[in-house]
Design a protein around this ligand. Structure first.
Ligand SMILES: Cc1cc2nc3c(=O)[nH]c(=O)nc-3n(C[C@H](O)[C@H](O)[C@H](O)COP(=O)(O)O)c2cc1C
Length: 352
């Protein structure tokens, strides 16, 4: 897939997620084969005002890999300044958030609120396009519309393209839906139909497995799929999709050993790239993700949450996986068999 001059080999993009898709998370996804990653949304106002915390979240992918920076706001000059900062750290594209439903963002008439003001949204796209070099495409991520009666995604997407956007991502829920109900693939299909063919349209919403990816491509005709929540604790979805999109067989679920090794890599990245008291919090979050759905995960999560330091938290997880691998051997479960076991135990364990 091409976004202007940017080539994305695997048509699978990690969704920007605030407080989730930091550099360690993006790196794990990239190492497992995701096609492209984007930072979480960053306030243009905060960036342009020199806010260090926000600037600290604007991170370039490791090893020179391509990446995007997502910004939000409604002041053209601040958006321009934020976009220039993104270009300065080597961003391959600048994405503008016009989909966030959060009250504090909408109250500032940013995020999904811009879907009610296409002329202002266009002005922002034009301003950002004029602030970045021609080789850095400006893209827009938005929702199906504001509410059920105002599902203007196709017209809105066309207006953004007319203003200079070179890729459109659509999450098939409206702003008022938040994260409830279902993402509507029909809205994504209508956007694909409306937008000029050379502009890629990325479908987003509720894709959590290989079947969901294939369904999204087929039902909507979209050029790529963006995956968010489905990747939490399941970054293998990206390696599976890389294989499938290249015409090879789906390698299936990871073994426990593979899980443990990616978990260790994630923790290593957190410890290397993060500093300060939030490091332990980040490690706890990662522990919970990687055990999600496995036998006894709930008890592990509680233990890790109470761990006073990194070494103790890490030790709990290592012991947990050692015991789980031993249990799998004892019961003679294949990875598929274990998956069945995991799924069967997931509900009861989670509900406990
Ligand atoms: C915790 C969380 C944080 C999110 N933060 C952002 C964000 O910073 N920018 C953005 O465009 N969307 C954000 N989203 C929305 C996701 O990018 C995506 O559109 C949405 O989760 C639907 O995709 P999914 O069903 O694959 O998760 C966030 C979603 C979640 C769950």
């Amino acid at each position: 897939m091409r976004v202007g001059p940017v080539v994305i080999d695997t048509p699978v993009i990690l969704a920007p997620m605030a407080a989730v898709t930091d550099l360690p998370f993006r790196t794990v996804a990239e190492e497992l084969g995701v096609g492209f990653t984007i930072t979480e949304f960053l306030s243009a106002h905060a960036l342009a005002s020199g806010d260090k915390k926000t600037a600290g979240k604007m991170t370039a992918s490791l090893d020179g890999r391509q990446f995007g920076v997502q910004i939000f706001g409604r002041e053209p000059d601040k958006m321009q300044e934020a976009a220039r900062m993104a270009v300065a750290i080597g961003a391959s594209l600048v994405d503008i958030n016009m989909g966030c439903p959060a009250k504090r963002v909408v109250a500032g008439e940013c995020g999904s609120a811009l879907m009610r003001e296409p002329a202002i949204a266009q002005e922002l796209v034009r301003a950002v396009v004029s602030a970045v070099p021609a080789h850095v495409p400006v893209t827009v991520k938005h929702r199906a519309g504001w509410n059920q009666d105002n599902r203007n995604a196709p017209e809105f997407a066309c207006a953004m393209v007319e203003a200079g956007a070179q890729m459109i991502t659509v999450h098939g829920r409206t702003r008022t839906q938040g994260f409830s109900g279902k993402s509507d693939p029909e809205m994504i299909r209508l956007v694909r139909e409306a937008v000029p063919r050379h502009i890629p349209v990325v479908g987003n919403g509720d894709v959590v497995d290989v079947e969901g990816y294939l369904r999204m491509r087929e039902q909507t005709g979209c050029d790529a799929v963006m995956i968010g929540r489905g990747a939490l604790g399941n970054p293998w979805l990206f390696s599976r999709l890389r294989e499938v999109t290249q015409g090879r067989p789906d390698p299936g679920q990871p073994t426990l050993e593979e899980r443990l090794s990616v978990y260790r890599r994630h923790i290593e990245l957190i410890e290397k790239l993060k500093t300060g008291p939030r490091t332990l919090h980040e490690v706890r979050k990662a522990c919970a993700w990687y055990a999600r759905g496995l036998y006894g995960c709930n008890a592990l999560r509680l233990k890790v949450w109470d761990a006073p330091d990194l070494a103790t938290a890490r030790g709990f997880v290592e012991d947990y996986f050692t015991q789980l691998i031993e249990r799998q051997r004892r019961l003679g479960l294949s990875p598929e068999g274990e998956r069945g076991q995991m799924d069967a135990t997931f509900d009861t364990d989670e509900a406990a």
